[in-house]
Design a protein around this ligand. Sequence first.
Ligand code: UD1
Length: 417
Amino acid sequence: MKKIVINGGKTLNGTINISGAKNSIVALIPAAILTDGVVEIYNTPHLTDTDNLKRIIELLGGKIEFGHGELKIEGKDVKNGIIPADLSNQLRASYYFMGALLGRFHHVEIYFPGGCKIGARPIDLHLKAFKKMGAAIVRDGDKYTLDAECLHGAKIYLDVASVGATVNILLAASLAEGESVIENAAKEPEIINIVSLLNNMGAKISGAGTDKIVIKGVKKLHGAKIETIPDRIEAGTYMMIGALVGQDFTVSNIIPEHVDTLISKMRDMGVDFKLEYDSILLNRVEKLDSVNIKTLVYPGFPTDLGQPMAVLLTQAHGTSNFKETIYEKRGGHFPELVKMGAEIDYTDVTAKFKGPCKLHGADVAASDLRAGAALIIAGLLAEGTTKISNIEHILRGYEDLVEKLSSVGADIKIVED
Ligand code: UD1
């Protein structure tokens, strides 16, 4: 079993360059098969999730080439085929092939998606939308077969502003007959990125970034180019590392507006930072003030940064309260941080932090991707050695994690245990 081993307590100095966003690239790749033209994607991160999507594209007959951050996909020979369970359940975003294959072939056979175990994560909103667009859905255990004799536009109100459902509707509706409207659509920057690609491919979509998106279906899409936006969650994770153990620590290739809520909380805590056009310089400080955090959909505090943020809260003077509002079970990092010396009174969705606490190294396990990110931060801060297991979760979402941290002076490595 692979583990990440960190000898903590080192001051980190230098620049970390942020990669393309995981949650964008996992939607951009499936979108590319809506056309038989060539789609080129720049600033592509190399992650386990992108590798698994590559396997799905190849299974469907598509051509996909990875260069240095460049990805070229040719959907000319893509055929409709069953996406087997062992590929569907490798990642959450496999479900974007529902929208993409429905749009292109009006037929999909796929299994329930994978992803982090952080709550129920149903796909009812996706299915309800596809049904409104004319798809008949048959479920056999974990297998879903969708068939649409005529895929047509529809007016869809999302009960929850779901990122996944918004993307899936965009993919199917781009090639559907007539107009679709998504109300209470997700507003995340990744939605704007995917809509930019679809519009570059000839789709007619307006309103991305607001809660009402209008899609006028077109008959055909063509090849196009797009750049993946920087990963705001990766950026936030390194910003927290800079705030805790950095000295002249720069996080570059960021879009500051995308990490606005984190910056505002860092300001309230008294973090020493200087914001530039597309980078942020951080230095650790002696004293951090407590703050309260409640996760919300964009532009609120992102649920994906709630777990890494926990480490910062262990270092704040006084009591900090935390509330998770998107997922029911996103607390896998709490018991592990307690093992490392944190004082946290927690339930599945709330936590009260008393700080500051001196953290020490321990053997801990990453229950999911962002819980793993929290343990990396804690390991860098702690005195002594931290051994993190279940690291496959972490490698799904952080490109070149060990290399990037080593380059700024961290003592971190992956070992076979
Ligand atoms: C995406 C991100 C994930 C992030 C999340 C929220 C990707 C690949 N993943 O996940 O990193 O944590 O947004 O910012 O982009 N829901 C339903 N029914 C549905 C769909 C969702 O009830 O059909 C609920 C979910 O259980 C959850 C909430 O809606 O409570 C938000 O989920 P959603 O925005 O869909 O998250 P994902 O797209 O899965």
